[in-house]
Design a protein around this ligand. Structure first.
Ligand SMILES: [Zn+2]
Ligand SMILES: [Zn+2]
Length: 200
């Protein structure tokens, strides 16, 4: 698998354990779904919105703007991929030990480091642990790091193009399917909410 990690890092802005996890998830997804698929052939449904998702977007080409990246706000490190042509569907989860084996003491240090109350020596130690963790994630055998579940699900329909119509309050064009109707007028979601809040 030919993944240019420096490009993924540039896209995300930094290297971190979450991004490293995402790189490996994307690598596994491409293995399972075939080399980087054509546009919108594969849909990714991510159950988290953490750093890992950026790697998944960059490497698999499933992106928010194309509509083939869907976020379920479950707060889980789990990533589903569905191939449209045959509905092959998998769910990739991170095995519990994937954050690396660290002692309670180390965990405490990492926590203090993230919240900003450490000495210079502790900071150096924390950064070293972080680097080792990233290194381990990037080099571990995929099967040791990830579990792949076969799931039954259909890909959501491909993005449709809808008409846009001006909102009767702000005048801004809004996708028809997002407009709300009230007393014979149509409102964009923002204006509609404001009208409801004002109670008139
Ligand atoms: Zn990050
Ligand atoms: Zn409006």
């Amino acid at each position: 698998m030919n993944i240019d990690i420096s490009q993924v890092q540039a896209f995300h802005g930094h290297m971190c354990p979450g991004l490293a996890i995402g790189i490996r998830v994307a690598e596994k997804a491409l293995q399972e779904m075939g080399e980087r698929p054509g546009d919108e052939q594969v849909v990714a449904i991510v159950e988290t919105n953490n750093c890992a998702v950026d790697a998944v977007q960059f490497i698999t080409g499933c992106t928010f703007g194309k509509g083939n990246l869907i976020h379920l706000d479950y707060g889980k490190n789990a990533f589903r991929f569905i191939r449209r042509r045959d509905n092959k569907a998998i769910r990739i989860i991170i095995r519990p030990q994937a954050s690396g084996t660290t002692s309670m003491e180390q965990e405490g240090l990492m926590k203090r480091w993230r919240t900003g109350t450490v000495t210079d020596a502790e900071k150096q130690q924390a950064e070293l642990i972080q680097r080792q963790r990233i290194e381990w994630i990037l080099s571990a055998p995929l099967d040791e790091l990830l579990e792949v579940q076969e799931i039954q699900t259909n890909a959501p329909p491909a993005a449709k193009i809808f008409n846009s119509v001006p909102c009767d309050a702000c005048g801004e064009k809004t996708m028809e399917t997002r407009l709300h109707m009230l007393e014979g007028k149509v409102y964009c979601p923002e204006c509609y909410e404001n009208i409801l809040l004002r109670g008139n």
